[in-house]
Structures are given as structure tokens and as C-alpha cells.
Write a protein that binds this ligand. Sequence first.
Ligand code: F1P
Length: 335
Amino acid sequence: KEIHEEPGAVRDTLTEMDDVMRVVKEIGEVERVCFVACGTSYHASLVGKYLFESILGIPTDVILASEFRYSARALTDRTLAVFISQSGETADTLNALRSANSRAKTLAIVNVLGSSATREAQHVLYTRAGPEIGVAATKTYVSQLTIIYMLVAAMGAPELIEKLEKVPAIMEEALGDEDNIRALSSHYSNVSDFFFIGRGFSYPTALEGALKLKEITYIHGEGYAAGELKHGPLALIDDGVPVVAISPPGPCHDKTLSNVEEVRARGARVIGVGSTLDEALRKEADDFIGLSPEVDEVLSPLVYIVPLQLLSYYVSVERGLDPDKPKNLAKCVTV
Ligand code: F1P
């Protein structure tokens, strides 16, 4: 249900543009950005780094909230420290926010109204995903991404807005491919390992795809920057090991395709995720998930995660699990 609510969550979050503009004005000049978060919110932050650096040219760090206290990062009054949290109550994120408040400009991006992070940060932006009951974050992830894109738009890339407005309809199209994803997921319910590979903007998508799989199917899933494969993990690719290759149209495409050839040569079973017009990837892949050719690399994190969430959902159901209530995971980690 919550995956199906994603187009609406993006639409509702896009109505916050005036608020984003107001907050950007209040924040003033920014020389560096430092994102801090946990879990899925950390992966949204990684997309933020690619956006801030490639579009705005602002140097950006991303730090796991649990590692923030060990980081010697110099924060200054021209650093914007961005704390992303669905709940606004995650202990590691709150502790980091408290220690940054006196050293930097702080902004919390939160889904739950009135939560601790919204009371403690200097600036606040809300995602409009509505309540999220499923323990593993889905619609709040795409809403967090939407706010980050809007922030980048407001800080100097207004052309992004027109592109973002097309996203909900493209997501609806992606959700229309659910029967294909349900059918192909039956090939993967008994495997013990899964790999997700992507480059550039698709690297955080690979990490988030692997996290969803771990959280709700309990299958070991690894997300890798596709170019890292040759530095070790290729040794783990054997006959029949599933590799999800995330390869939207754009400058990274051909290099990712050559990584697909590499894993195929070692017997991997490839699930290609790319443009419906991508005949080269379709040909290399054992299973293929096609998405709108309109979605380029920059926009892909918002759309390419949708079929990966559905894949994990259906593999979880095939394994007889309850995807909404994964074991050993709380919706809000307050310790
Ligand atoms: C962070 C997080 C979620 C995860 C689970 C546990 O929460 O790791 O990403 O799905 O709910 O907590 P938050 O800080 O974004 O609320």
C-alpha cells in the first residue's frame, strides 16, 4: 500500500516549494554541506551529495549519524548540516544534531510533525509522505529525495522543478509493471545472496535496494558501486547468483553495461533495470525491468527504487514473511 502511495507522496511534497524557498533564504550563504542520517535516510543523503556537488558545485559530506561523534569534520557557521530522519526521533541522529547546533547552521528534514528533531534544529523542512506504518521506509524515502531535489532547485537549479513535476506520473507507470515484478520475484525466493550494482546516482539506489531486501526478506543483499566489483567482490559472483544492475540512460550507462558483461561471464543471473528502450541491457539480462526513457541518471533515484521495493516485497511474500513487520527492526530506533 505504501509503495503505491509514492506518487501521491511526491506530489504532496512538491507543494512545499514556497516553504523550501523561505528556508533557503533564512539559511543564507553556504560553503559546505554535511548530511547526517541513519539507514534509508542515509541513502537519501548520499543522493544529496551527488546533487549538491554535481549541480551546485558545493562540497558535500555524508556521515552516518552513529559515526558523527568520531568524525573530526570541521563545521563552521557557513556549513549547512542537514539531518534527515523519517521519525525525527532516531537517537543517533538527534545526538549528532545536538552536537552540531552550536557549530553550524542546522536543518532537519523530517516526516513526523512536532518530533524532537523539528524542535531542536534551527531550520525544518517537512516531507509530506503521511504516516508510514510499514517498518521499512518506502514512501518516506522518495519524499526525502523530493525535498532534497527541491532544496537544490531553490539553491540555484530551478530547472529541476519542471522535471520533478513529471515524476509522480512516471512512478505510476512504473507501478503498472507490478505483474512482471511479481512474476520474476518467484525465481529469487530461495537464493541466499543478492547483489545490487550501480554507478553515480545509481550507487545509492543499489545500497537502498540491498537494504530493503535485507530488512524484509532476510536475504543477504550487498549494494556495490559497479566499478568496485573488480576490487574484490567479483570473487563472490558464481553460477546463478542474482545481480540487479541499475542502469538508467546517461554517462554511466556503458560502463555499467560492461560490468554486467563481467558478472554474466561468471554465471550471474542478471536482473537489468533500465529504460524500456535499452535493448543492450535487455539482451544481457535474464530478467528485465523497463522504466520510462524520460528518466535520466539525475532523476533516476526517485523512480528506479520503486521496482526494487516491489521486488523485495514480493520476494518477502513468496518466503511467507510479513513485509510490514520485519524481525529485529523497530520503526524508530531511540537508543
Ligand atoms: C532510520 C531507520 C529507517 C529504517 C527503520 C529504522 O529512521 O534506519 O531508515 O527503515 O525504520 O530506522 P529515521 O531516522 O529515518 O526515522
